[in-house]
Design a protein around this ligand. Structure first.
Ligand code: FMN
Length: 205
């Protein structure tokens, strides 16, 4: 089967691409509005783009004609926290994607506890196994909808005790969730360790 994207509208292309690029890790983002409302939303268009300094990218679309609260907040205040959620937080992640007006805090709505951050004003979620305090660095806009690829530098990592062993994150202990699409999520399946006959490449990609 071949599909020419020129024949499809934005909605169908979105469905196709979110079905192809799977499973996607989820950046669960807290940010503060100018008036101090703590916002929370998940973003699965998420990856890292630099090691030193550590930099992460999320792609934030629009709701109607306007950008989502997260994009406004990050561009306004230049600070945010990206969390990684585990299986017990799956419902909260999904529920935090419900659209609320900017003056409503999803954190308060969901009754989630927070901790102050070390380097930035935006609080982090106590229940998340990983929290990364970020400072905004760059924003690039793409496509007809001008989706915003927001890049930030991690200025502090927080990892739950016991998650790091010899500098490596224990993936099973992290138990991260991933997004498929709509209400469908994935958990870690079998982890396959290859016993390669060749030397492990030095590249850190
Ligand atoms: C698991 C999950 C992943 C999502 N990923 C994205 C994404 O990558 N980009 C995006 O614009 N919206 C994404 N959404 C939708 C936003 O979370 C949703 O529009 C949210 O209401 C935005 O909140 P805000 O206006 O408070 O920023 C996702 C939703 C879910 C449930």
């Amino acid at each position: 089967m071949q599909i020419d994207p020129a024949d499809l509208g934005a909605e169908r292309i979105y469905r196709l691409m979110t079905g192809i690029v799977v499973p996607r890790p989820i950046a669960w983002v807290t940010s503060l509005s100018r008036s101090g409302v703590l916002n929370l939303a998940p973003f699965s268009a998420f990856t890292f783009v630099s090691q030193k300094p550590p930099m992460l990218a999320i792609s934030v679309g629009r709701k109607g004609a306007d950008y989502k609260d997260t994009a406004h907040n990050i561009l306004d205040t230049e600070e945010y926290v990206i969390h990684i959620a585990d299986t017990p937080l799956m419902n909260a992640v999904h529920d935090s994607s419900v659209e609320h007006p900017p003056e409503v805090s999803e954190v308060a709505e969901l009754g989630l506890e927070t901790h102050p951050s070390e380097r930035i004003k935006v609080p982090r979620l106590t229940a998340a196994p990983v929290a990364m305090e970020c400072r905004f660095r760059q924003c690039l806009e793409f496509g007809e909808a001008r989706s915003r690829l927001i890049v930030g530098e991690v200025v502090m990592f927080h990892l739950r005790d016991g998650l790091v062993n010899n500098g490596k994150v224990e993936t099973e202990a992290l138990d991260p969730i991933a997004r498929i699409g709509g209400p469908r999520y994935a958990r870690l399946g079998e982890i396959v360790t290859l016993h390669a006959v060749f030397q492990t490449p030095k590249s850190t990609d």
